[in-house]
Design a binder for this molecule. Structure first.
Ligand code: NAD
Length: 466
């Protein structure tokens, strides 16, 4: 268990950093392509140089294996960095758009402009990636950044602080450690954009604070992501992929399949294959597996333990508060009204519900807050189209889970209760920029139709604007 403690950062220190960042931004240093490129490359160099320490910190906070830490945090961040480094120039280019004839002769262009001073607040579950992936967007867009790491992943917060302090000027990028009090001090300040990843509940607090200054927000929140398995699905692949997606980070993943909606005709064979795959990946006793992570702290551990009362344990259920080990657990006979079906589970418990026809599934999903992700395992294009047409979610996969985060060209974000705005790849650049629309008029001539006196010009106007 991680016993490191954290210290709050004082209001005056925060104000001081922001003042300096405002000054730095106003000097225009972040505007140049070459500056941004250099900073992105520096960030990659910094992470490469300290990769082992980062992976150790992830192990200390969450007992993440080196493989998982690399795949889902460090390697993922490299992919985002590489993509930004390759595409930065084209993202920054002004884009010419169509100009109506009424404005003859003029050219209209969209100039992506950095918002300015950004604040990035991260959660504990992917404490490295969720801090650094938004930072890539901020650097690419030409913003300054203050990062607030999660106090619940203190080892990662500490190494991130060390790297940012050692390699970046605080008037450009600073990392602030601390908990709720520090976060509140930060939210009292006037930022040009706030990028928040965390719970829906705290997302609302962030948005309220931002509203006081009319600050735009990107809110990457959570929720219950349904996972549907229909009667045509490839059961072996479905089981294997669901087990992986649910148990990566011991289920403490914002886009983890939260619960299963399984066609009743295939429940038994699917459950059997899920159990087989849990054993294949983590053995008969996952507590002994070097690849199976732990629950972040006692509070979350106790919350998960209470969910065991909400159904019948079909498999797993073992837990040990001393080691924060919580076994992969399948639950059946779960009421949709029970806490395990009301809260985001955020742990290795998978409730299994059954259905008879897809309309029930659509109704079930649409009666609930819009999820961050939705997964469908099927071989039926009819079912696929039906689910995609008649439900909504931030994103999702057909015949897989979680991996819609991998392609940089897919925007990642929520909708409704699961968030506002999106990022990854170019979307990260756009999240920290605003599109400034500029029309440039010729000085060769000036068509006088728009000027008073209007006399009988209306007829002409109607010819062009009809
Ligand atoms: P959280 O909302 O409790 O905390 C997130 C951040 O907000 C932390 O840095 C914390 O210090 C700060 N914070 C907490 N309470 C605050 C308050 N009252 N006022 C101001 N700041 C406050 O979330 P968490 O427990 O760290 O993370 C888990 C949640 O994050 C889950 O709901 C999960 O789904 C969500 N999440 C979403 C994504 C995504 O990409 N959409 C990714 C990871 C996690």
């Amino acid at each position: 268990m991680n016993t490191q403690t954290f210290q709050e950062t004082s209001l005056s220190e925060i104000q001081n950093i922001l003042q300096n960042q405002k000054k730095f931004f106003s000097q225009g240093k972040t505007i140049d392509y070459s500056f941004r490129l250099q900073q992105l490359k520096l960030l990659k160099h910094v992470i490469k140089a300290h990769e082992t320490e980062i992976l150790e910190a992830l192990k200390s906070d969450l007992k993440k294996s080196e493989f998982e830490g690399y795949a889902t945090e460090v390697g993922f961040t490299y992919e985002e960095l590489n993509h930004a480094i390759i595409h930065l120039k084209s993202w920054m280019k002004p884009k010419t758009v169509w100009t109506p004839l009424t404005q003859f002769w003029a050219v209209s262009k969209i100039y992506p402009k950095p918002y300015g001073n950004s604040l990035i607040i991260a959660p504990w579950n992917y404490p490295f990636q969720l801090l650094f992936a938004p930072l890539i967007g901020a650097i690419a867009a030409g913003c300054t950044a203050v990062l607030k790491a999660s106090e619940l992943a203190p080892a990662t917060s500490s190494i991130a602080k060390k790297l940012i302090t050692q390699y970046f000027q605080p008037e450009y990028i600073a990392l602030i450690e601390g908990g709720i009090e520090t976060s509140q001090h930060l939210l009292e300040q006037k930022w040009d954009v706030i990028f928040f990843t965390g719970s829906t509940q705290v997302g609302k607090i962030v948005m309220q604070a931002a509203a006081k200054h009319l600050t735009p927000v990107i809110l990457e929140l959570g929720g219950k992501s349904p996972c549907i398995v229909d009667e045509t699905a490839h059961l072996e692949f479905a089981a294997r992929r669901i087990v992986w997606g649910k148990l990566v980070n011991a289920g403490q993943t914002c886009v983890a399949p939260d619960y299963l909606l399984v066609h009743e005709s295939i429940k038994q064979p699917l459950v059997q294959k899920i159990i087989e795959n849990i054993k294949k990946s983590y053995g008969n006793d996952p507590a002994q597996s070097p690849d199976y992570p732990r629950i972040i702290n006692e509070k979350h551990f106790i919350r998960l333990t209470n969910y065991l009362k909400d159904g019948t344990v079909l498999y797993g259920g073992q837990h040990n508060i001393q080691t924060l080990y919580f076994a992969p657990t399948l639950l059946e006979n779960v009421s949709p009204h029970s806490p395990v079906m009301q809260d985001e589970i955020f742990g290795p418990i998978l409730p299994i519900l059954t259905y008879q026809n897809l309309d029930e599934v659509i109704q079930f999903i649409n009666e609930r807050p819009k999820p961050l992700a939705l997964y469908l395992y099927t071989n039926s294009t009819y079912n696929e189209r039906k689910i995609l047409n008649y439900t909504d979610s931030g994103g999702g996969c057909i015949n897989d889970c979680l991996v819609h985060l991998a392609p940089q060209d897919l925007p990642f974000g929520g909708v409704g209760d699961s968030g506002i705005g999106n990022y990854h790849g170019k979307s990260s650049f756009q999240a920290f920029s605003h599109p400034r629309g500029i029309l440039k008029k010729t000085n060769l001539f000036d068509i006088p139709i728009r000027y008073a006196p209007y006399l009988n010009k209306l007829k002409l106007l109607k010819f062009f604007m009809k």
